[in-house]
Design a protein around this ligand. Structure first.
Ligand SMILES: Cc1cc2nc3c(=O)[nH]c(=O)nc-3n(C[C@H](O)[C@H](O)[C@H](O)COP(=O)(O)OP(=O)(O)OC[C@H]3O[C@@H](n4cnc5c(N)ncnc54)[C@H](O)[C@@H]3O)c2cc1C
Length: 572
């Protein structure tokens, strides 16, 4: 222990990143003395309410799922978009509405609920999470602002509170969100790998209609493109809805309009939003912020970590902020617990944390770039979107855009999460609605698949699971990673034995018959086989060719149940 340290870990900020880190630190190392310093008194409002399903697993791991579910937040099964090349509304669903079973709430984290997300009132949600971390033994001090961070070289020496109190800890976690107090003190530069620079204007509303109700409390959020920006419409409960407008900063400046006028005008412009809000009243606390995507140049130092939004921000179009923040909170907890374990390798643990967060942010920023540039609805913003495309290196050739999407954000990590909650198959099916994206599949026209590991080297990366960080074997070549886990390990095994499609399919079928009731096998392996194989071809791990004497794979290239034209009748 560092001399005179009062705590093992001091966390600055009690938002989702800080409370997730605190809770999991106490869960996996109950003896650690963990302090969370939060400048506000909760409950306090916070923008950013729409979640992705990957958070649900983290809430379960934190032991707080039941409390969040008991709060009765709407279940998010997906989003309805006016976005892309056609003016028609379309839906993306994590769980197809047609399959969603109307079950009583509160429900457990099991079955279909592993695939859904929440839309949360942040005042309540952040408080539930922070109270939970206190219940697990974190010392939580609200209304306690860290006024200054004192440094010695690249280390934090101590924190100074507003009343002059000094706090010393072995480790410091900067979960202060946009403030990024440690990041700023350490002079960490930020990268802005995109020209996506928007401003957001929002208020909360009483008595709006929901566009659609699915089962008990299920719905889709609405994401509605205007010619010059877009609107979010996120029901937070039976009687409170977050409604916001995003426009490029440049557009806002040129418009010369006041935020309030821009906002009121936008809400009346779209027929669906106008009808949902016909009987609604605003709470009257109009807020604005700029939401410029960035990534911190580095995320770890000698005795500190950046975690959540202090480390970077990806445009809200993908609703990924809390997912990124809580994934980081989880992984920083694993990293700190791992440091104290015998024979640990702190340098490697820190490198892994840093790389993983930065890669995730980068993927989401690039995906957001693509999302904006693939929106034919942005008629007033052609220059804006072409500048983003140029910055992101997108020439919008559909084939290349797909390859970039497919290989930039999926094979390297989080396969089952996918960037922004989209799996590879879902992304591909978006092609019918986003402009010019008509990806072909190497699996449609080939039937011989040869594993190619030439010049690949072995690499070990971190796997964060059940409180432990294990080393996971991967191959690496030209910056591309092939992890030897789950579905990839399964496919590598098979492809080392078979190359011809009928034999590969036969072997998969044979193994599947040996695991008739194995949920892990079905959800983590079988569900992903086609996507993983495709990603392996895109990344060059598998060389695909065609043998006319063999059959081709029957693939459904058309729309799936998860991406389809909007079917709600009430508000169109
Ligand atoms: C316009 C907009 C829309 C968004 N929409 C979404 C969305 O739909 N879905 C989504 O998932 N995300 C969304 N986000 C992003 C989301 O809000 C953030 O990513 C998320 O809140 C990050 O969590 P965090 O814990 O890192 O930071 P925060 O939630 O900001 O928490 C940081 C905490 O630190 C405290 N703090 C700051 N400085 C100090 C200090 N000096 N001392 C003590 N405490 C301090 C703050 O009071 C705060 O409580 C959106 C963001 C914006 C700007």
């Amino acid at each position: 222990m560092a001399p005179n340290s009062d705590y093992d870990v001091a966390i600055i900020g009690g938002g989702p990143a800080g409370s997730t880190a605190g809770t999991l630190l106490k869960k996996y190392a109950p003896n650690l003395r963990v302090l969370i310093l939060e400048r506000e008194t909760f409950p306090r409002d916070h923008v950013g309410e729409s979640q992705l399903p990957s958070i649900s697993g983290i809430l379960d791991e934190m032991g707080v799922w039941d409390k969040v579910e008991a709060a009765g937040f709407p279940i998010k099964i997906g989003a309805t978009y006016k976005w892309g090349k056609s003016p028609e509304l379309w839906d993306f669903e994590f769980v197809p509405a047609s399959e969603f079973v109307d079950e009583p709430r509160p429900a457990k984290y099991e079955g279909q609920r592993k695939r859904t997300a929440f839309q949360v009132d942040r005042a309540l949600y952040d408080q539930i999470l922070l109270d939970h971390s206190a219940e697990l033994g974190c010392e939580v001090r609200q209304a306690t602002k860290v006024a200054r961070v004192h440094r010695q070289g690249d280390a934090v020496d101590h924190l100074e509170l507003e009343d002059g109190t000094q706090i010393r800890a072995r480790w410091y976690v900067d979960a202060s969100g946009h403030s990024g107090i440690v990041r700023r003190t350490m002079g960490v530069q930020v990268e802005q790998p995109t020209s996506l620079q928007n401003i957001a204007i929002w208020d909360y509303w009483r008595n709006t209609d929901w566009a659609v109700e699915i089962g008990v409390g299920g719905t889709r959020v609405q994401v509605i493109s205007l010619g010059y920006g877009w609107i979010w419409f996120i029901p937070l409960g039976p009687d409170r809805t977050s409604v916001g407008l995003i426009v490029p900063a440049e557009y806002y400046k040129k418009s010369g309009a006041r935020p309030d006028d821009l906002y009121q005008k936008a809400l009346k412009e779209d027929a669906r939003i106008a009808s949902l809000m016909e009987n609604a009243t605003a709470e009257g606390n109009l807020s604005t912020t700029k939401d410029w995507s960035f990534i911190a140049g580095r995320i770890v130092g000698e005795n500190w970590f950046l975690c959540g939004e202090s480390a970077g921000f990806a445009d809200p179009i993908l609703a990924a902020g809390m997912s990124l923040a809580q994934a980081a909170g989880r992984e920083v907890a694993y990293t700190i617990v791992g440091m104290d374990r015998p024979r640990s390798n702190p340098k490697w643990l820190k490198e892994q944390y840093d790389k993983r967060q930065r890669d995730r942010l980068q993927n989401h920023i690039r995906f957001a770039d693509y999302w904006y540039t693939a929106n034919g609805q942005f008629t007033d913003l052609k220059d804006f979107t072409s500048q983003i495309a140029a910055d992101a290196g997108l020439d919008l050739d559909p084939e290349r855009a797909w390859q970039w999407l497919a290989t930039g954000g999926f094979i390297d990590q989080d396969l089952s999460i996918g960037t922004g909650g989209y799996s590879l198959t879902a992304v591909k099916n978006l092609g019918q609605f986003l402009s010019d994206l008509k990806p072909g599949s190497p699996l449609e026209e080939n039937n011989v698949f040869r594993l190619d590991l030439t010049n690949a080297t072995f690499y070990e990366r971190a796997n964060y699971y059940r409180g432990n960080i294990t080393r996971e074997d991967c191959y690496i070549r030209d910056g591309k990673v092939l992890p030897l886990n789950t579905v990839f390990e399964f496919l590598v095994d098979i492809l080392q034995q078979e190359t011809r499609l009928p034999a590969i399919a036969g072997m998969i079928g044979h193994i599947a018959r040996q695991h008739p009731n194995d949920e892990y096998f079905r959800t983590e392996i079988l569900n992903w086989v086609t996507q993983a194989m495709e990603a392996m071809v895109w990344d060059g791990w598998v060389k695909a060719s065609y043998d006319p004497s063999l059959p081709l794979m029957p693939l459904n290239a058309g729309p799936t149940e998860t991406v389809h034209l909007n079917r709600d009748s009430a508000h169109i």
